[in-house]
Ligand binder design. Structure first.
Ligand code: GDP
Length: 365
């Protein structure tokens, strides 16, 4: 008897025999899955990307962002094949603290650029990383008009890994976007730390968005960031904020005078504008155009790109060496043991480090 309830003693109670479960809830699901899982070869990707196929571009960027070995291998092949088609864009880095008006401004700058024709890609490097933990630059809807523009491609920051890793992925994405015909690339980052340096190392022009505030605007901005800027723009110069913005601009100009001349020979400019009310946008963009013309003429544009290529080669080597070391399970175990020995004062930091490194180098032989 299958169901005890059907025994004589439970008279008046019957339990029906259940039916067999179907082999799968949705017999078509597997079909759909296989269809979706159709993988493309590197050449298929490149062929589509060069034709400007946005879906394939997005999928290739997803490969770049993936940490799976086979995705990375394929991604590298796609990037390599796209390289000959890349380089024909103006790359602009845009930074500013949260609330400075980056997304509002990028929407306005972007539309201005697109009015002249061409295609615009907006990428981001967000050090707050993992999307699930609330990335600052991850939300596509922040740039409302660009997000729906036919000639714009807006991609949130890659999320996984170290800042170096995230930045490398963005740089690789630039190559694919250029191959797809995007002739202006914005790379946005939050002006709060190391990420500006990463962005600076992949763009032609570095734009720093600032706000007029309490009169001590120069405080709290790291000197290094100001030194990187090719242009400083004071946002929200509208309504009764115009005078304050002008004052802040004057202070920035004074501060910039104290800096040594730039390598490019270009004198960084300071302008005021309003991203929200779209005041002064063409002027800001004229500054970018002037810079590009100026540095193309004196050779700095090419020089900087060469330097950046070298930088990324060494960055990638550094990153992969570290990863190879720290991902080794034996090293991981050894490190855990060494940490406790060092903390127990059984061993000095230096001998512990030396032993781990010696072990690693020997294992390579
Ligand atoms: P982000 O965090 O740097 O991306 O800054 P948002 O673009 O999100 O802007 C932060 C806030 O400042 C929002 O409430 C915007 O509406 C406002 N804002 C941005 N640009 C301007 C501007 O030019 N003028 C004024 N008055 N407000 C602005």
């Amino acid at each position: 008897m299958e169901h005890i309830e059907n025994n004589k003693e439970f008279e008046g109670l019957t339990v029906n025999k259940g039916i067999d479960q179907p082999p799968t809830v949705n017999p078509y699901l597997n079909k759909v899955r296989t269809a979706r899982r159709r993988t493309y070869t590197a050449s298929e990707f490149v062929e589509a990307i060069v034709k400007g196929d946005i879906t394939m571009l997005s999928q290739a960027v997803t490969l770049i962002e993936s940490n799976r070995y086979e995705h990375q291998t394929l991604a590298q092949e796609v990037i390599e094949k796209c390289l000959p088609f890349s380089g024909n864009s103006v790359r602009v880095g845009i930074t500013g603290v949260p609330g400075a008006g980056k997304s509002t401004s990028i929407d306005a700058f972007g539309l201005h650029v697109l009015e002249r024709g061409g295609k615009l890609a907006v990428l981001a490097i967000d050090p707050s990383s993992e999307r699930s933990k609330g990335s600052i630059l991850g939300d596509k809807t922040r740039m409302e008009r660009l997000a729906v523009h036919k000639r714009a491609f807006v991609r949130p920051s890659p999320s996984a890994g170290s800042l170096g890793g995230v930045a490398r992925k963005t740089r690789e994405t630039i190559v694919l976007c250029e191959a797809a015909g995007f002739d202006t690339i914005f790379v946005e980052t939050v002006g709060v730390g190391q990420s500006e340096t990463a962005v600076h190392s992949m763009v032609d022009f570095f734009l720093l968005i600032q706000l007029a505030g309490t009169g001590d605007e120069l405080q709290g901005i790291k000197r290094g960031i100001m030194e990187m800027a090719d242009g400083i723009v004071i946002n929200k110069a509208d309504g009764n904020n115009i005078e304050k913005a002008k004052l802040a601009a004057a202070q920035f100009r004074n501060a910039l005078h104290l800096f040594p001349p730039t390598l490019s020979g270009w004198t960084p400019q300071v302008l005021t504008y309003s991203g929200y009310y779209e005041i002064g946008i063409p002027e800001v963009w004229k500054m970018v155009d002037d810079y590009v013309a100026f540095t193309r003429k004196n050779g700095f544009f090419e020089h900087k790109r060469h330097e950046q290529s070298k930088y990324w080669m060494f960055e990638t080597i550094n990153e992969q060496l570290k990863e190879h070391f720290y991902r080794n399970p034996e090293i991981e175990a050894m490190l855990a043991e060494k940490v406790s020995r060092v903390l127990n004062s059984d061993q000095t930091s230096f001998t512990a480090a030396k032993e781990v490194l010696d072990y690693y180098f020997n294992s390579l032989k």
